[in-house]
Design a protein around this ligand. Structure first.
Ligand SMILES: Cc1ncc(COP(=O)(O)O)c(C=O)c1O
Length: 458
């Protein structure tokens, strides 16, 4: 699951409530989990899913929706990819469940070798399997902290790494989400994420990158944490949950230099961006930087079974044992699903497809940039966002209109990726989405924007 941004009061009724059988199921769901913090927010979509296929979802009343979410970039091969399904079922029959710490099994060995074949840089030689993105981030940080003998992690505000106590501390949950958990949030120092859209007026992206690096050196290292107390810097190469923030190239390269200068590990958290999402196998490829640790999750198994992984270099993962892991990590069938997914990604050249379709989609979004109410459109591959603001002012987000546009899209059969309370609508469809379907979804999004943006839009 990903972060609900939660800036609006939960429980605002959706403008269009569930109807038909969906309404019945909603009532049953809410009776079971009325206080669960997603219950009201997911009602945003007002549908109950009764089937999923390819790039579409079907609701309990038989209506079809184009899925621009890939379930937070998990179902990157589309919903229920038949080859992954067949391979997973076969593996379940063959292996059932084995704990790989007790019994190394063929699927985990094959998957680990395959992951190294597609690694972003040759310094990554070791593989650790986990269950979730959260588990992968925690394992990466554990390896970094233990092997460096340093206590702190440098992270960036806006990043999301999970909701566990550990990843909650490393990421940047909202103050509300931190409520009750404040005492557990030590161990990290946070700097602002270099999100170019909010850079000072008149500053180029490169100058902005430089200034953010300057902040790290002149402020953070001076006043918050001495460099030799920091084990690692953790970066989302594209901060998806924050609203598709793409950092300046020189910032990422400069961060790599700081890591080298001070002996920090560079952890790239690619749980959401990895495996083709951004038009390259890894988002970090866009910056020409080699990470020391890489976290992988979500789309790794084609969305069929939970599994995640960490790739590490010899220093972080080759020299000493670190107590990390969980019972279901590296489940044999999930390993087979992941190996099959990697084969399909490579065979069907899906990262390249993501780049091509993403460039096409971005061009279409760019036609909207002049519209009143649109602050920015941006993207890398099939990882795109449309940011809504008042008066073209980056400091005046417009979550209200964003929400209205989202519901309008749902009513017209398209599901953009939208975090409750956010002012960014995201386009993260399966990398396999048919081009006409993508265009149809973008038509719907464009029409919904026209209906809700201030009238100067045309
Ligand atoms: C960058 C990143 N890291 C870690 C996580 C946590 O992954 P999971 O929800 O599978 O535990 C997420 C989930 O959205 C993520 O986007």
């Amino acid at each position: 699951m990903s972060e609900p941004s939660g800036t609006s009061p939960p429980g605002d009724p959706p403008p269009v409530g569930p109807t038909g059988r969906s309404a019945e199921y909603w009532a049953r769901y809410r009776a079971l989990a009325p206080k669960y913090f997603w219950a009201e927010e997911t009602r945003s979509a007002s549908i109950v899913v009764a089937g999923a296929e390819g790039s579409t979802l079907k609701d309990a009343d038989g209506r079809t929706y184009i899925d621009l979410t890939s379930q937070w970039s998990t179902n990157n091969l589309g919903n229920v990819h038949p080859e992954v399904l067949r391979a997973s079922v076969d593996a379940l029959g063959r292996y059932g469940f084995l704990i790989y710490f007790l019994h190394p099994h063929l699927p985990m060995i094959e998957l680990s070798e395959k992951l190294l074949e597609i690694r972003p840089s040759p310094n990554l030689t070791r593989v650790f399997l986990e269950l979730s993105g959260t588990g992968a981030v925690e394992a990466a940080v554990k390896h970094a902290v233990q092997t460096s003998r340093r206590p702190l992690v440098l992270s960036f505000l806006g990043q999301y790494h999970g909701l566990s106590i550990g990843t909650g501390a490393i990421g940047s949950l909202s103050s509300e989400e931190r409520r009750h958990w404040e005492p557990y949030h030590g161990g990290s120092v946070h700097a602002p994420y270099p999100a170019p859209y909010r850079r000072p007026a008149g500053m180029s992206e490169t100058e902005f990158g430089e200034s953010m690096l300057g902040y790290l050196e002149e402020q953070l290292l001076r006043y918050q944490a001495a460099p030799d107390r920091i084990a690692a810097a953790i970066l989302e190469p594209v901060a998806c949950e924050a609203g598709i923030w793409i950092p300046p190239k020189n910032f990422v390269r400069g961060l790599r230099r700081l890591c080298d200068a001070h002996g920090w590990y560079f952890i790239a958290d690619e749980v959401e961006t990895g495996l083709g999402r951004t038009g390259s196998m890894w988002a970090i490829d866009h910056f020409g930087v080699a990470p020391d640790l890489l976290t992988i999750g979500k789309g790794i198994s084609g969305g069929l079974l939970p599994i995640s992984a960490v790739l590490g270099d010899e220093r972080s993962m080759g020299e000493e044992g670190v107590a990390a892991g969980t019972t279901f990590a590296g489940h044999p069938a999930a390993c087979v699903a992941a190996s099959t997914t990697i084969d399909i990604l490579r065979r069907d050249r899906l990262p390249e497809r993501s780049a091509r379709l993403g460039a096409h989609a971005l061009k279409r979004l760019q036609e909207w940039t002049a519209w009143e109410g649109i602050g920015d459109v941006r993207g890398l591959g099939l990882c795109l966002g449309v940011e809504l603001v008042h008066n073209k002012d980056p400091r005046r987000p417009d979550p209200k209109t964003t929400r209205a546009v989202f519901f309008d899209c749902v009513a017209h059969g398209t599901l953009p990726l939208y975090n409750y309370g956010d002012n960014v609508l995201r386009v993260q469809p399966p990398l396999t989405i048919e081009e006409p379907l993508l265009d149809q979804a973008l038509d719907t999004l464009g029409e919904a924007l026209r209906r809700h943006l201030p009238k100067t839009a045309s």
